[in-house]
Design a protein around this ligand. Structure first.
Ligand SMILES: NC(=O)c1ccc[n+]([C@@H]2O[C@H](COP(=O)([O-])OP(=O)(O)OC[C@H]3O[C@@H](n4cnc5c(N)ncnc54)[C@H](OP(=O)(O)O)[C@@H]3O)[C@@H](O)[C@H]2O)c1
Length: 385
């Protein structure tokens, strides 16, 4: 009998961060002194040093990796949407971690994914990269991809549900009849996780459970029927002004909230069944990627100047996929720390904070159960975990 998954403990304090801040202050003071001492060349060198301290400061995952002995690469990961953005950066970092012998990049654009794999070549010396065709706008494709992976007869240590589309201006419907963001971002991942559960269970152990990581978003704070505990029309098929009307951000936010609630319910079920698999969700922050491709106007450049690079956006995913922190279950993570989602936490985005109104929560267990029931029905699964 396999023991239940461990409960997430808050991550340790980050000593490197404190010393980095102190060091930065010292450096700044030293820069000022230098100016008074009229040695411009010395000031310039110091400033360059300061910038490299701040800009090239390692993430927690990277800092930990640098001080840890290298483990033998023997794990297998599957990432959805690794042709670009956070998914591609994650695959690259998992190669660097030296913990993964094989990474499956699952996506719907073969040429783009293979080009990304070629770029990763130099860092993938101990890791085999493989393309798996997976179109998340079609359950048929999800089932085919799951079957293709199952036929490889491999265990699956880490499944990263990353691919998404954001805020489509008009409501679009998949071949399965679902609103597109709901299907691509959430329902297809729900199906994939359930289909690949035997491979995850095969890979997990009590000490090192298999990991399901869902890349959600602070947009899950956006007001939506699900946020009020209403899963009756996840497809937002109502007309203008209706409670279930389609708005681009409502649909995106609701799909991201579904990922968070799904993670909580999944963690509960895995624990109840004593399976050696854990589930966590995260918000990567604002990251400069292709995700804005459907927005009629791009985000203000002032905001994007503050955004993370894809590498930085991948930090929390990589932490959960490679470090002990990722052995806990049922957590919502932001900036490499355990955090709180809608109903307890605060959205880091001011505009989303306005939208998260009283009565909305991600912590209602009966909503999790109802969401699970509706999702099983929509994807056509009679048996789930
Ligand atoms: N960027 C941000 O600021 C931000 C903030 C919060 C959360 N997130 C979350 O982070 C995750 C990654 O986003 P990103 O910023 O890296 O976006 P991105 O650059 O647009 O990458 C999205 C990935 O999903 C794939 N994809 C889209 N539709 C698909 C479909 N029907 N079937 C299979 N794959 C599909 C894309 O493939 P193609 O390019 O080949 O179409 C691409 O590989 C998403 O879950 C997103 O919601 C991002």
């Amino acid at each position: 009998m396999v023991a239940a998954a461990k409960v997430v403990a808050p991550p340790a304090v980050r000593p490197w961060q404190t010393s980095r801040t102190l060091e930065s202050h010292r450096e700044i003071r030293a820069c000022h002194l230098d100016q008074h001492q009229s040695s411009r060349a010395r000031s310039f060198r110091r400033l360059a040093g300061l910038l490299s301290t701040v800009l090239v400061a390692p993430s927690r995952a990277r800092a930990a990796r640098a001080t840890q002995p290298r483990e033998k690469a023997n794990k297998i990961a599957l990432i959805t949407g690794a042709s670009t953005g956070i998914g591609k950066a994650t695959a690259q970092e998992l190669c660097r971690s030296n913990m993964y012998s094989r990474i499956i990049l699952a996506g719907h654009n073969e040429a783009k994914t293979k080009a990304a794999m070629d770029e990763m070549g130099p860092v993938a010396q101990t890791t085999e990269l493989e393309y798996l065709p997976l179109g998340l706008a079609s359950f048929k494709s999800v089932r085919q991809a799951a079957k293709q992976f199952q036929d490889m007869n491999l265990p699956l240590h880490t499944l990263i549900c990353n691919a998404a589309v954001m805020a489509l201006p008009q409501r679009q419907v998949s071949a399965d009849g679902n609103e597109l963001q709901l299907e691509v971002n959430y329902l297809s991942h729900f199906l994939l996780v359930n289909l690949l559960m035997p491979q995850l269970v095969k890979a997990g152990t009590d000490d090192d459970p298999a990991r399901i990581i869902s890349v959600s978003s602070s947009a899950h704070f956006v007001r939506s029927p699900l946020a009020f505990g209403d899963a009756a029309d996840l497809n937002l098929s109502g007309g203008e002004g209706d409670r279930y009307a389609y708005y681009p951000w409502t649909a995106y936010g609701q799909s991201k909230l579904a990922q968070v609630m799904f993670t909580y319910e999944l963690a509960r079920r895995l624990k109840a069944r004593g399976l050696p698999v854990v589930a966590n969700a995260l918000d990567p922050g604002i990251v400069d990627t292709e995700l804005q491709r459907y927005l009629p106007t791009k985000a203000p450049s002032a905001l994007m100047k503050l955004s993370k690079t894809p590498d930085r956006g991948a930090d929390t995913v990589v932490l959960l996929a490679t470090r002990d922190a990722g052995r806990g279950s049922g957590g919502y993570w932001v900036d490499e720390r355990l955090s709180e989602s809608l109903g307890r936490g605060k959205s880091p985005m001011p505009m989303n904070a306005e939208l998260a109104v009283e009565g909305t929560t991600s912590y209602n267990e009966s909503t999790w159960t109802e969401l699970w029931r509706c999702s099983s029905q929509l994807v056509g699964l009679e048996t789930t975990i």
